[in-house]
Design a protein around this ligand. Structure first.
Ligand SMILES: Nc1ncnc2c1ncn2[C@@H]1O[C@H](COP(=O)(O)OP(=O)(O)O)[C@@H](O)[C@H]1O
Ligand SMILES: [Mg+2]
Length: 264
């Protein structure tokens, strides 16, 4: 396999003397759908940051679509094709903007002057909000939204720049179970129909136990290093890797191993 998808070779990520991820090796061709699974503090966010040029490995190499996120020229190209949805708990939520304005902002800056944040842009923004069943939020202020509503708004915003690679940090954490399930299906459909590559983090595998995702998405079990790589269906059977990943949470490894994947 080449380096045209997502390619990591011996990647170590540190904060000073603390190692967040040690010696990660991973290669997947594009378009990919990668689920990074691990508990809090596993290094998931750091791993995502490293892929989009925000956390330079202390050793090792990363290539994303053949581009090196730590070469300024490559990063410029990469930033044109990547959309990042940050973890909702890490952003300032006191934003006096409505959902449609937040979704339209990247379109606004991408448009040619004279730029108008008017009716036309609003209509386009609503199109992206409706893609994820959130058109009802259009006129709601971000500061007045629930965590789940904010999350949906940010996903719609990320989609509005038509990315080739969508990077989402804990996109499901604030959603109720039904919404989690439907957002995962939606992301999978975007990947399948539009050939978008997606990498996301989660500490909850349940929303991914639906077919065809369980059989086809690539999953990484991460806790300070990559403990296993494989299809979700297979990875759940790898008790040792699950124990190494979630070890601190007694019984979870066993519970996961017993879960029956719904569908085919
Ligand atoms: N800015 C930082 N400075 C020092 N340590 C950090 C910083 N950010 C994260 N860490 C540490 O790195 C490890 C991985 O963190 P993180 O990537 O946020 O994990 P996750 O997203 O899986 O919860 C944790 O031990 C965390 O405390
Ligand atoms: Mg995180």
């Amino acid at each position: 396999m080449g380096k045209e998808g997502l390619w990591l070779e011996n990647v170590t990520l540190k904060y000073g003397s603390v190692t967040a991820i040690s010696q990660a090796n991973f290669n997947v061709e594009r378009p990919f759908f990668v689920v990074v699974l691990g508990p809090n503090g596993a290094g998931k966010t750091t791993l995502l940051k490293s892929i989009v040029g925000l956390h330079k490995p202390s050793s090792g190499k990363i290539k994303v679509f053949g581009l090196d996120p730590y070469r300024p020229k490559d990063l410029k190209k990469l930033s044109k094709i990547v959309s990042v949805v940050p973890q909702i708990s890490r952003i300032n939520t006191d934003i006096p903007l409505r959902a449609w304005e937040i979704v339209a902002e990247p379109l606004f800056f991408a448009s040619k002057p004279p730029r108008v944040l008017g009716k036309k842009m609003k209509a386009v923004a609503i199109k992206y909000l409706s893609m994820i069943g959130a058109e009802g939020l259009s006129d709601k202020l971000f500061s007045d939204m629930s965590g789940g509503e904010r999350q949906l708004t940010l996903i719609a915003r990320a989609l509005a720049s038509s990315p080739k690679l969508l990077v989402l940090d804990e996109p499901l954490s604030m959603l109720d179970p039904a919404k989690k399930h439907s957002i995962v299906s939606l992301l999978w459909n975007l990947h399948e129909k539009n050939r978008i590559s997606i990498i996301l983090t989660t500490h909850d595998i349940t929303p991914f136990l639906q077919e065809p995702i369980a059989s086809r998405a690539t999953s990484l079990l991460v806790f300070k290093r990559i403990h296993a790589v494989g299809k979700i269906r297979e990875i759940l059977r790898n008790r040792e890797a699950i124990r190494n990943t979630f070890g601190a949470f007694a019984g979870l490894a066993e519970a996961l191993a017993k879960i029956e994947v719904k569908g085919v």
